[in-house]
Design a protein around this ligand. Structure first.
Ligand code: 13P
Ligand code: SF4
Length: 302
């Protein structure tokens, strides 16, 4: 039996469904029931008929799925797969801003721990941040933890005041504008599609800025045949499936999220067989507050 066949058999036996982010390895995306960006996956996690969710992604994704579905079993193929940015804010930043601005909304990127979510008012993803922030009644926004996404949202919603926090994604932050410029010179008709976690210098070179799903959809609908991609290279699998006729160029220093790449078929089989790495949320009121930020996001993004 191949690993793929074994996973299929385990899905049936254990009444399990597999969710995967676009940044995981191609062979993992291939066996997943649903592949998507953080927004799609958090929506999808709600109301699935299976008893068990195997989340092929980093820990904040599994936590969010568990918060939204407390009665389900959520398994992480690798318990160490974590997003470094998800920890990049301290409580004092929030307390200080709350003391300073009476009408402050603390807007928390989904790439954050459940504890950080519990200190916040509403959660967002890169796919819905602009829409949600624009429609909030609050004039003052503390956007945590990502300074790059915060900066991008602030530009799109100039009528509001933003307090930024110094968090960042090391993979997107590491992308150099000079490498994108070099690719643009080599492929002058290529469109540049970038994720808002990139630095301002990289985003200034982009023809389109959006979430991973947004980037894939843009390429799918475009008449262009060459694209320079400013996000983690795992999206190449979905891009190439969507546009077999197109060419996708990535920066020379390949953007690779080593945490996402920790998920392998062997680890999926292992947790499905033995039920390891179960996500347990046992922080009572804090978990309830974190869940509310997610349900508020799902309502506001409709
Ligand atoms: P999206 O899935 O929202 O595009 O974000 C990318 C990301 O970094 C997930 O960790
Ligand atoms: Fe976190 Fe960046 Fe990896 Fe996404 S790509 S999970 S933001 S480290």
């Amino acid at each position: 039996m191949t690993k793929q066949e074994e996973i299929q058999k385990l899905k049936d036996e254990k009444d399990a469904v597999i969710l995967a982010h676009y940044y995981v390895r191609p062979e993992v995306q291939e066996i997943a029931d649903y592949v998507g960006d953080s927004y799609f996956l958090s929506k999808k996690a709600v109301g699935l008929p299976q008893r068990t969710i195997v989340f092929c992604g980093v820990s904040f994704m599994g936590e969010s799925a568990k918060l939204l579905n407390p009665s389900k079993t959520v398994l992480m193929p690798d318990a160490e797969a974590d997003c470094p940015m998800a920890h990049m804010v301290v409580r004092e930043t929030i307390e200080k801003a709350r003391a300073q601005y009476e009408d402050l909304a603390v807007v928390c990127y989904i790439n954050s721990t459940a504890e950080i979510k519990s200190w916040s008012d509403v959660c967002v993803t890169s796919a819905n941040a602009v829409q949600i922030v624009r429609n909030l009644p609050n004039q003052n926004i503390l956007f945590i933890p990502d300074r790059n996404l915060a900066h991008y949202v602030a530009e799109q919603v100039p009528e509001k005041q933003f307090v930024l926090n110094e968090g960042y994604c090391p993979i997107h932050e590491n992308m150099r504008a000079a490498e994108i410029q070099k690719l643009k010179k080599q492929h002058p008709s290529a469109r540049v599609l970038a994720h808002p976690e990139c630095s301002q210098e990289v985003l200034a070179l982009a023809d389109y800025i959006g979430s991973t799903s947004g980037i894939i959809q843009y390429a799918e609908e475009s008449l262009d045949k060459e694209f320079i991609i400013g996000t983690e290279s795992g999206v190449q699998y979905a891009l190439q499936r969507a546009r077999r006729d197109a060419v996708f160029y990535f920066p020379e220093t390949e953007p690779v999220c080593t945490d996402m790449k920790r998920i392998t078929l062997d680890k999926i089989i292992e947790v499905m067989k033995h039920g390891g790495n179960e996500v347990c949320m046992d922080n009572g009121q804090a978990d309830e507050a974190a869940k509310q930020t997610l349900t508020k996001m799902l309502e506001l993004a409709k």
